[in-house]
Design a protein around this ligand. Sequence first.
Ligand code: NAP
Ligand code: GLV
Length: 317
Amino acid sequence: MSQNAILVAVEGPQAEEWIGLLRARAGRREVRVWPDSIGDKADIAFAAVWRPPLGLLASLPNLKAIINIGAGVDALLADRSLPDVPVARAAHPDLTRRVVGYVVLHVLAYHNRMRLYQAQQRERRWEAQQHPSSDDVNVGIMGLGVIGGEAAHVLARLGFRVAGWSRTRKSLPGIETFHGAGGLDPFLARSEILVCLLPSTPETNGLLNLALFRKLKRDGAAGGAFVINAARGRLQVDADIVAALNEGALAAATLDVFPHEPLPQASPLWTHPKVTVTPHVAGDISPAAFTDHIIEQIEGFERGQPMAATIDRRQGY
Ligand code: NAP
Ligand code: GLV
């Protein structure tokens, strides 16, 4: 009989690593694994999960808290039976650095005309292009949270004119900020490279659509309007991205996430000459970096401290 056991529910290539590290660092606490060794569900007090099956968490009668092994909690909140216990999400420097690195890589790729040079290389063509100064280029970041705020800061350090858009009013040094429905259009009108770092919620799903792309600034130094979605696929309308690229509202798109993952073989995004596809890898948090944090969260919770980065269920993130 073990009380206060931790259940791990993670699938995929890193599952064994998560289980091994949690077992190594959990001390005397028992680590149970879904689906193979869940044991008596009454023993489980904590669950460390990534996209667990619907209903699993509701089946744990003594669950005290949930730790999401990722920043986005949309998959958890899609479970209508989710028990009413605190949910902490991943807000960790390792994850932030990874996603910010992804965003900076692709902003710089557009800024430095990398797609063009890759095409030129295939033709053995030696031809320098004009590159604007970064302080002539307007980057707009949707979502100024843990990751968006840091991305804004790093891009501003690189000299870009950075603005951000959030739900509530924000003040960040060196960043022009917009918020709420009323702030969206002026934010879009000044943004050439649009970076999406919003959570997927009923308010944000479908936001990256043709009408929005048409509002971006196209006549600036960046040489057109670009979109980088490193957040969630449900934020974007794939057909609208293709339409916006084909009509010129967008010059190119970098997409890490899609409404249906894996991206279906038949999707035109795979082969569109102006699209970069990555398989939802912008921020795969490292098990080695996050395991200690999970254990610290649990130990703090048992001492009566609130867990860090708990979500607001009403807001959906
Ligand atoms: P966060 O700290 O919760 O920040 C979310 C930001 O979005 C906040 O600034 C929030 O505004 C804003 N926001 C939420 N709803 C909004 C709305 N309706 N209108 C305008 N702004 C809104 O989240 P995070 O840790 O930065 O992560 C952001 C998202 O990135 C996650 O939810 C996840 O889906 C995604 N992600 C993807 C990957 C990947 O591998 N592709 C990796 C990590 C994260 P307020 O500041 O006013 O609350
Ligand atoms: C990854 O997609 C995350 O939400 O952390």
